[in-house]
Ligand binder design. Structure first.
Ligand code: CP
Length: 310
């Protein structure tokens, strides 16, 4: 297994072959989750701190399940219940946690670059579980695993990434990953929610009907209201009319199109329930694959190449 990185900070620095290695490892480890006893001793004696400065359901719980499945010891810290509330800086928090000698810190933070900052100042391996609007590497990896399982390939797939591109770390990580692995990406969203300069990475369409036509997969993005201070769009109803994924729009894509969403969803805004719960949706498969991807990342950064013995 060749993975020369000490940290997982983003998809941008990874080579295509390294991404494929993570996906292959996740596929191999996934089988453990189907066993009656979902546990192997691969990371026995390793300690992981999950440090979440922002809310999370899927990412945090799947890291915890992955850590338990690989027998790592883990501690989860939600900063609403930590000394960050008393004004402690990120660096002081990390240094104090490091004084307890963990092997890895998994961090989610509202500031882009927070995991990179920790990587410069900490001895532990650092995993980015989402930093501001920058990257969410394990999300892109689980999306890729889901697409690869269903379509048997990523190269040549036409994938539309649709919605609030401006605030989306999921969009950025997927853009890097899908481009590196040879997929064709088209971006689509309201002009107010398209970051300047992103058209240098992939073509942008402001017409959802056009963007989804002939697609193999459609990745919907959440409207991130918590990051919006002004009126980026007139109303939820208007957003749905122009940029919501409806059953009628799904029919414009290929007959075997896959619908993805990282969650949590704003039903009736960026995606209709008939689509989210419909036959083309792989949204819950993404969640299942999230555990396998996080197992692979933990194993590759902490396992040191030992076989994940039964
Ligand atoms: N997709 C994702 O990051 O979900 P959570 O915010 O629930 O972790």
């Amino acid at each position: 297994m060749s993975f020369p990185h000490r940290h997982l900070l983003g998809i941008e620095p990874l080579a295509a072959s390294e991404i494929q290695t993570i996906l292959d490892t996740a596929l191999a480890l996934r089988e453990i989750l189907d066993r009656p006893i979902k546990k192997v001793p691969a990371l026995r004696g390793k300690t992981v701190v999950n440090l979440f400065y922002e809310a999370s359901t899927r990412t945090r719980s799947s890291f915890e399940i992955a850590e338990k499945a690989l027998s790592a010891d883990s501690v989860s810290i939600a900063t609403t219940a930590s000394s960050a509330q008393k004004g402690e800086t990120l660096l002081d928090t990390a240094r104090n946690l490091e004084a307890m000698n963990p092997d890895m810190i998994v961090i989610r933070h509202a500031a882009a670059g927070a995991p990179h900052f920790l990587a410069r100042h900490c001895r532990s391996a650092i995993v980015n579980a989402g930093d501001g609007a920058h990257e969410h590497p394990t999300q892109a990896l689980l999306d890729a695993l889901t697409l690869r399982q269903r379509k048997r390939r990523l190269a040549g797939l036409r994938v539309a990434i649709v919605g609030d591109l401006l605030h989306s770390r999921v969009c950025r990580s997927n853009l890097w990953l899908l481009s590196k692995l040879g997929a064709e990406v088209v971006l689509c969203g309201p002009p107010t929610l398209v970051p300047p300069g992103i058209e240098a990475l992939a073509p942008v369409s402001y017409d959802l009907d056009e963007a989804v036509t002939g697609c193999d997969a459609i990745m919907m993005l959440r409207v991130q209201r918590e990051r919006m201070s002004g009126g980026y769009y007139p109303s939820d109803r208007e957003y749905r009319r122009c940029f919501g994924l409806t059953e009628a729009r799904v029919k414009r894509a290929k007959r075997d199109v896959l619908i993805l969403h990282p969650g949590p969803m704003n039903r009736g805004v960026e995606i209709d329930s008939e689509v989210a719960d419909g036959p083309y949706s792989v949204i819950l498969e993404q969640v299942t694959n999230g555990v396998a991807i996080r197992m692979a990342v933990l194993y590759m950064l902490l396992g040191g190449g030992q076989e994940p013995a039964a």
